[in-house]
Design a protein around this ligand. Structure first.
Ligand code: RTP
Ligand code: MG
Length: 143
């Protein structure tokens, strides 16, 4: 299996709940390494650009409005099969359907406020990482 990188976001609801550390701990326990991280409060234009793929969906405006209600924590996770592994740790989009022990089962309240984002494939991962981080802000692990 290949070492991959994926973009993870701790959304405003989970930042507000003060569970950044608990979520990071789940990544680390599953062997995902944090190779870049930053907290930022997205502007509406930034949130619209990030979620442009969902522009035509009925939930687009609510999603954008929610994503700018407070700061988010963005991080790049690196590891074997990181894209799928992160989505497994996150759980299903709707927390009611998320497997027990996943981040969304434990911290999300609704499909709208669902605690975390994770890239869904190699191409979106590359695009989403570049959206938040310059190449020199990524810190490959040498040990
Ligand atoms: P994400 O992109 O945030 O990692 O989540 P995902 O792949 O599991 O879900 P996706 O289909 O990409 O949807 C992006 C985000 O939009 C919100 N959503 N709301 N009300 C709804 O039916 C609905 N569906 C999606 C969620 O916040 C979801 O994470
Ligand atoms: Mg998605």
């Amino acid at each position: 299996m290949a070492v991959e990188r994926t973009l993870s976001i701790i959304k405003p609801d989970a930042v507000a709940k003060n569970v950044i550390g608990e979520i990071y701990s789940r990544f680390e326990k599953e062997g995902l390494k944090i190779v870049a991280a930053k907290m930022l409060h997205l502007s509406r234009a930034q949130a619209e650009e990030f979620y442009a793929v969902h522009k035509a969906r009925p939930f687009f405006n609510d999603l954008v409005s929610f994503m700018i209600t407070g700061p988010v924590m963005a991080q790049v996770l690196e590891g074997e099969n990181a894209i799928a592994k992160n989505r497994e740790i996150m759980g299903a989009t709707n927390p009611k359907e998320a497997a027990p022990g996943t981040i969304r089962a434990d911290f999300a309240v609704s499909i709208d406020e669902n605690a975390v984002h994770g890239s869904d494939g190699p191409e979106t991962a590359a695009q989403e990482i570049a959206f938040f981080f310059k190449e020199n802000e990524l810190c490959p692990r040498t040990r």
